[in-house]
Design a protein. Structure first.
Lengths: 252, 207
């Protein structure tokens, strides 16, 4: 059976990993290449890189870094951030990305997902949605979670999947950073609406949160987190062993 | 030298670098002469079977692969490249394959339960059906990375590994000096690198 995936997420700005990274034994903790190699060795099933650079120079640096990672790390790589056109897909896929995640770009341009899926296949196109509760409904937010689009999230995500997105990353703004567990209610609503892999993001604080996630929602395929891995609060190898001990299928 | 056949489908970046990582002398090429000089041949591929088969024929590379397979050169197909080794595909119509390994390419939807997601995407355990030199470093329980909606059917005795996804899906096939992996060894971490290394070391002798 397909294993549940554990995915560390790295935010990259001007060629360096941002958000505090605190590892013992890693000399250059903000090097995306070093971190990617480290996570791959620890058993990460996939890596997500978000380019949070604004400048064109930074963007060129990002693709250069991505190429260096893809030359050394042989697990699936997903890239997001600043993906607004099909040529942005082309730019990162040529540098070794396997999947490309779109967020604000898909909100601005409804044709982006169908065009990219047509060209590269649905398995390549990931819709990454930042979602928050507003007035009793789930709303899609744009621009890194700063702007309420007014759109109801579950139907919007379902539409993205119908249009060709082959995977969903659901980031709950409500639970993000709180470290009190994943947003099970929101995830359940999305899992019921789509039949493609759903990746849970936002809220993981400890190993038990992942156990709860996969036990409560068997349709969730993967758990994504950043700081708890970067700060060593959760070791991926410990996490996967605990999942296995709880009868959750993982790759060890 | 190991030739990765470049016939205009898919991205060969990770595949070429994974082979370099295991010490291979790699050429990514669509040139028939260069391919003929290779000691090992890798046939990659993503996308739709019909398009890929057409492109391979347009470039005359189908004949080159068949001739090298007949001459005993070890050949490995990966993902769609594995499917191209079979007799026929029923993806969007009926398309002839290279016929190097008996079998058909059929939708996995025909064999898996309706509640499972398609494509079959992610890490799944490789169940070895028959020992083969390319699996010499593979241990029980090892997982590899899959992304596909179609798979080999009626490959019978050529199946060397399966993956359980509501039904045993064909994960790898082999006949004589020709083999193929439905999964992506170049994206399967150390297990995948081990399989690529073993292929580079294989002389093509049948098991």
């Amino acid at each position: 059976m397909i294993t549940k995936r554990i995915i560390p997420c790295l935010d990259v700005k001007d060629g360096r990993v941002v958000k505090g990274v605190n590892f013992l034994g890693l000399a250059d903790v903000s090097s995306p290449v070093k971190l990617a190699e480290y996570y791959s060795r620890c058993g990460a099933d996939e890596l997500v890189f978000y380019d949070i650079t604004a400048s064109a120079e930074g963007r060129a640096l990002f693709t250069d870094i991505l190429r260096q990672v893809a030359e050394r790390v042989f697990i699936p790589l997903t890239v997001g951030g600043g993906i607004n056109t099909v040529s942005d897909f082309d730019r990162v896929l040529k540098c070794g990305a396997d999947k490309v995640s779109v967020n604000s770009g898909a909100i601005r341009d409804p044709d982006l997902i169908p065009a990219a899926a047509q060209r590269y296949g649905s398995q390549c196109v990931v819709i990454s949605a930042d979602v928050k509760r507003v007035d009793g409904e789930f709303r899609v937010f744009a621009k890194g979670g700063r702007e309420d689009t007014g759109m109801e999230a579950v139907s919007w995500i379902a539409r993205c999947v119908e249009n060709g997105a082959g995977e969903v990353v659901l980031n709950s703004i409500d639970t993000d950073g709180v470290k009190g567990g994943f947003d099970l209610e929101m995830l359940d609503a999305v899992c019921r609406a789509v039949n493609v892999p759903v990746i849970a993001s936002g809220g993981a604080g400890c190993i038990q949160d992942f156990v709860t996630l996969f036990k409560a929602l068997p349709k969730v395929d993967a758990g994504l987190a950043a700081s708890i891995f970067h700060f060593g609060e959760v070791q991926i190898s410990d996490l996967k062993r605990t999942l296995r001990d709880n009868d959750i299928t993982v790759r060890l | 030298m190991i030739a990765i056949i470049d016939y205009g489908v898919g991205n060969l970046f990770s595949l070429s670098h994974s082979l370099m990582a295991v010490g291979a002398d790699v050429e990514v090429t669509g040139d028939a002469e260069t391919i003929r000089r290779a000691d090992h041949v890798v046939l990659p591929g993503v996308g739709a079977f019909g398009d890929a088969a057409d492109k391979l024929r347009e470039n005359g590379l189908d004949a080159v692969v068949k001739a090298m397979a007949a001459a005993g050169t070890p050949v490995m197909g990966i993902c769609l490249g594995m499917q191209l080794l079979l007799d026929v595909s029923y993806e969007f119509g009926t398309h002839a394959g290279l016929g190097l390994i008996p079998g058909e390419v059929r939708p996995i939807a025909e064999v898996i339960p309706a509640n499972l997601k398609i494509p079959h995407i992610g890490w799944n355990r490789l169940d070895i059906a028959r020992p083969h030199p390319i699996f010499k470093s593979v241990k029980a329980g090892d997982c590899v990375y899959f992304v596909h909606s179609y798979s080999g059917a009626r490959c019978d005795a050529s199946v060397i590994a399966t993956a359980e996804y509501g039904a045993p899906l064909t994960a790898a096939v082999a006949k004589g000096n020709v083999c193929g992996c439905q999964f992506h060894p170049e994206k399967s971490g150390d297990v995948g690198l081990g399989i690529l290394k073993a292929f580079c070391e294989w002389d093509g002798a049948a098991t």
